[in-house]
Design a protein around this ligand. Structure first.
Ligand code: SN0
Length: 319
């Protein structure tokens, strides 16, 4: 594997999930695979889980890791060609990415969308240029439109915690005070649609009108504006806020009535509740759920290590 940016970069999703679970059972089985190899992690936005779990995954494989908070510690980056750089940007992505590629065998990059221009964000211009100019294998640590390491960890968590052969998985929109990217729900939907097409799950998405995700990510999913109907008999409920795709980057309503609490879970099949974190308590998800027996958010975050380790292992094997 030379690129991990979406589910489409994976030849066999079920095999990758099994590899992640095998690594969880035996974390140091390949502790020499990454010896004398360097992973560079580049952040243009904040990160807790992605940063730490990917570092830990690399260390378990014997790799060296370097982390760069490019937004705070690097030179201001220019991404457009043909610009006379007489303003605030100091270094072009052509040189910056190329140089980091010289120092590292594998690179990871995180970059959020600006949520102003849909065409620009969905073109994945910065991520694609980074991939092109660094010339080494690249792992997405969340790009403008996807968060594949999160989605792989989510699928691992579902496979690990399911109690029936074909669980019902529901993605539900949740309220928030800030416009958030569609990257996590896009990516979750894309991976779940793939899992559904392979007969692993049944997948339903529910959100208020106006919050439709791009159809590119939701092919095959059942979509409804009726949260109660969606939650009926659910085995897993994945909670996430996102801003509107249609009215790009906007918050359309206060989302009153959409926050999940214990009473909402009564109609589910004793559902397990997931969230990628960070989560705002009693705004996106009730504290009673987060602190109660339904929540598997910590297990889910814990599985980020094995997801990242499975991906890095595949990349190291193809270096
Ligand atoms: C990010 C998102 O894409 O929704 C990262 C998720 C892994 N979340 C946030 O930016 C939360 C910000 C906030 O203020 O709650």
């Amino acid at each position: 594997m030379r690129l991990f940016s979406s589910v489409n970069d994976v030849t066999n999703v079920q095999q990758l999930v099994q590899e992640a679970l095998a690594l969880k059972g035996n974390p140091y089985a390949h502790k020499h695979l990454g010896e004398n190899k360097t992973l560079g992690l580049v952040f243009l936005n904040p990160s807790l889980r992605t940063r730490l779990s990917t570092q830990k995954a690399a260390l378990n494989l014997g790799m060296n890791v370097m982390v760069m908070n490019l937004d705070k510690e690097g030179w201001a980056l220019e991404t457009q060609d043909g610009v006379i750089m007489n303003g605030t940007t100091v270094e072009h992505i052509r040189e910056a990415a190329a140089v980091m590629g010289e120092y590292c065998d594998i690179l990871g990059i995180r970059s959020f969308p600006k949520l102003q221009d849909r065409e620009e964000d969905y073109s994945e211009d910065l991520f694609n240029k980074f991939v092109k100019f660094c010339a080494v294998p690249v792992v997405s640590l969340e790009s403008a439109t996807r968060h594949p390491l999160q989605s792989l960890a989510d699928l691992v968590t579902i496979q690990e915690n399911k109690t029936s052969a074909k669980p019902k998985v529901v993605l539900t929109w949740a309220p928030h005070v800030k416009p958030l990217p569609q990257a996590v729900p896009n990516s979750f939907a894309e991976w779940m649609c793939k899992a559904q097409s392979e007969g692993l799950i049944d997948f339903v998405i529910t959100h208020p009108a106006g919050y439709e995700l791009s159809k590119d990510f939701t092919q095959g999913a059942a979509i409804t504006h009726n949260q109660n109907e969606a939650l009926k008999d659910a085995d897993f409920v994945y909670v996430k806020n996102w801003s509107s795709y249609k009215e790009y980057g906007r918050i359309l309503s206060d989302g009153k009535g959409w926050m999940l609490d214990h009473s909402r879970l009564e109609q589910t099949n004793n559902a397990k509740v997931m969230h990628c974190l960070p989560v705002r308590r009693d705004l996106e998800l009730s504290a009673e759920i987060l602190d109660g027996p339904h929540s598997i958010v910590i297990k889910e975050a814990s599985n980020r290590v094995w997801a990242a380790q499975a991906v890095l292992k595949n990349m190291l094997e193809s270096l």
